[in-house]
Every structure is written in structure tokens, then in C-alpha cells.
Design a binder for this molecule. Sequence first.
Ligand code: AMP
Length: 487
Amino acid sequence: MDPVAALLGRAGDRPEDPAVVQGGLTVTYGAFAERVMWLAGAFARAGEAPKVLIDLPQGADAYAAMFAALMAGGTYCPVNREAPAAAQERVFRAFAPSVVATDAATGRRPWMEGAVLVDVAGCDASPLPAPREPAEAAYVMFTSGSTGIPKGVVVPSAGLAHYCDWAAAFEAGPGDRWSQHPNIAFDLSVLDIYGALTRGASLHPPAGPADRLMPGALARRERLTIWNSVPTAIDLVVEARQATAETFASVRMASFCGEPLRGRHLRALFEARPDMRVQNTYGPTEATVSCTEVALDAADFEALCRPVASLGAAIPGMELHLIDGPDADHGEIAIAGPQVALGYLGDPARTARSFPVVDLPDGRRLRVYRTGDLARREEGLLYFEGRADRQVKITGHRIELGEIDAAVERLSGAPAASVVVNDRIVTFLATAEGADSAALRARLRDALPAYAVPTSIVPLAEFPRTPNDKVDFEALTAMAGRGHAAA
Ligand code: AMP
């Protein structure tokens, strides 16, 4: 599906329908499409294939600038405005935009030399009458690498179009109200933005910080029908004591991606709404968001949690192979298909390492993305076995930190996250109530081999989070190193 054509088609058919609703303000499809065409006109003046940096808050203007960049035959890059200024500057320098879409309140930042600024609230361009041919790359999304140096993932227009086709699985349409929890610089937002706005649904970003902390309250207020988030957003709902039938009364479908989906998340959802349609999906930014799917329901989800929920099977058109393992059903996930990224911006060496051409057991040679995620396949479904870089060796024993987390969570009932510092395993426990570490460690001796029992268990009111709302393991490692592990 061509996302720009789909959006303009929706706007032509039903211009009065709500496209974006935020803090009580509604932008209709008609007004949204007008803004897209007019911004596309402004971007097109920068040349044949404009490179548009989107320096705007999460909301209608940012979404319009994305569609406008595509319409102008360009490539965009969304900035995470919550990141430190130095990180935003690094993104600017790496992407080297020809245009910056911004608002009057933000204006030109000190490092933005060499780019044309377009104020989304007012400029004198005329609308672009018809979409240009799409550029090879639709957008560049920066992910923080394990070294802390961001990698710019270049996602092809063909990959975005393929992913938009898959989003048909949500069966969204006019009248649907779709969540928009993740930051626009995080790939999961791509599903919300294109899933909703190419199909006539309305998009509901948070109206402020309170909505971020209380996604359940937002769902209830906005009467969301489609919920898409990382699984830990459900932890926030549970902590706020909002995992109730009222919170999810209007939600007909909940979709998850980005982190292990655990039994506790599914139990909370199905206790509130046993009839809800729930799916787990898996994928990295390097494969245009997600490339697997599995439906889970109240009756069978426990069987698909081992201990984390199955990742499911490849979506149509994509392939997931397990390589470098003992057999074709165990190993590192390697992804092939149209959604695989073109590579890392300005980093051919890393691109060659991460996107090799490999020999498959069936004799084919394919370009893949090597994810660094380990998995096994059982009865056609993939099960996540942790990141290769979360497998550690301590005193000669191979330990999967995710298994320790799962055991601690089972015994304590609270989310756990383990890190290793100087050969010591430190497990943080997200609980406001404190924890009896000695008693918990004693019970863990029955559940884990002795070498995998954490040296210390440290309760924290809440985990530090990355800008993508994932558990920030780097920050936890730093905390453990600073002696938070003394308990
Ligand atoms: P990102 O590129 O920031 O979306 O992160 C991608 C990584 O998140 C993957 O390589 C996995 O390690 C993890 N991930 C994504 N989806 C899932 C899932 N459903 N279950 C477990 N881990 C996941």
C-alpha cells in the first residue's frame, strides 16, 4: 500500500472524520490532508529528494510532516525531543537534513546550520498538487546502540508499504480510535501512525506527561478501540490499579511489541476483558517495526507462555531463519524480506556485518538482518530465548539473565531485571513495597542453579526507562556498579 495515496483517499472520502485527537483538540482528515499537501509543497522547494528532519512534538504536525516528506519524494528522520541536546545534535549531524520541520516555539537550534527551516504553523508555500515518486528510503530512525553511539537505520519505502499492508490485520476503519503511546523517534510509533491514518481511524497521542504515566486513564478517556504498546505499559496500568474492565471497556484489540510479553501482562488483560483480541509481535527497527504475529486468547495463552509469550510466526512476505545454532530450530534470528532495512546511515562496515548474505539450510543465499536475538521454534512458532548479549559467562557457567528475571518474577510477583557487574549478578525488583532479599534468595536456590542465584536483589520503586519506554539495562548496570547492589 502507498501510505500517501491511502491517506489522501481517506481524506477525500470522509473529510469530516477525526484524524488526530489530542488533549480535546481534533484535526479532521480534511484539515490533516491539507496540511500534508501544503507542507509537501514547502519541502519540495528544497529539491528533488528532500531530507526532512522532524523536530516537532508528538502530535498532528509531526505526523503531517512525515506524510508530507514522503509525498515530496523525500526521506524523513524524527527527533526524540526528550533526548539530551547533545544526542539531538548528533542525529542532526548524522542525518544532514536539507529541511527541518519545526514550530515557532522551537525555531532554529544552534547546530542547525545548512538546513532550510519550515515552520509548520505558517509559511508561504503552495500545496504540492500530486505526490512525487517515493524515494528509495522512507525514513531514518536512530536506535541507541549498545555502545551508546546511535545507529541510523535506513528503512526503504518498499518496506514501509509492505508493513502498511500487514496492518490490515487490525481491521481498523472509520470509528476506530487508535493509541499512540510511543515517542515518534521509536519504531513502534510507525505502526500507530500508518496503521490508523491510512485506514480512516483516529490517532490519540498523549496530551501530556500524566497520560504517559497513566496509559490506562488515557485509554478510558479516549475510549480507545485499538491499543498498541510495549508490554511494560501494562505494568504501568497495573501499578496505577487501573487494570479493570472499565479501563479496557472499548478496547477490541491489543497488540504488543518491543519487549518480552509475559504471563503477568496477559493475565492482567484477560482478567479485565476475557474477550479481548490480543496479539504479540516481534521485530527490530532494522525490519521496519515487526515481522511476526501470534494471536493469544484467554483460553490458550498460558500454553503459549514458556515462560514469555511466543513471538509467533513470520508475517506474509517475511522470513525468519534461525542460524548458527545446533539445528534449523535453534539459533540467532535472521530476518529476510522486503521490510529489511537498507543499512546503517554512513556506516558501510557495520551494515556489512549486520546485513550479510547467508547460506540457508534449504540451499538459498539471502541477504538477512542478524538480530542478535536467540530463539527456538516449536510447532512452527518462535520462542524468544533472550539477546545473545544478555547471555553471560560467570565462573565458566553460561547464564541467560532473562531466565533469572523470570524466576524472580515468578517468586516475587514483581518485574525483575538482572545485570552483571564484576562477575556479580544484581537483580533489581520493581516494587514500591521493598523486598526481603535474603528470603527471596533462599527460595531462588530451589528454582535456579547455585551459580545463577543473584548475589543481591535490590528493590526499586520503578525501573529507569529508555526513551522508548523499555527497561534501561545500561542505567541499571551503572547503578549496580555504583553500589546500589550493597543490599
Ligand atoms: P527496537 O529496534 O528498539 O524495536 O528493538 C528490537 C529488539 O526488541 C529486538 O531485537 C528484541 O530484542 C526486542 N523485542 C522486540 N519484540 C519483542 C518481543 N515480542 N518479545 C521479546 N523481545 C522483543
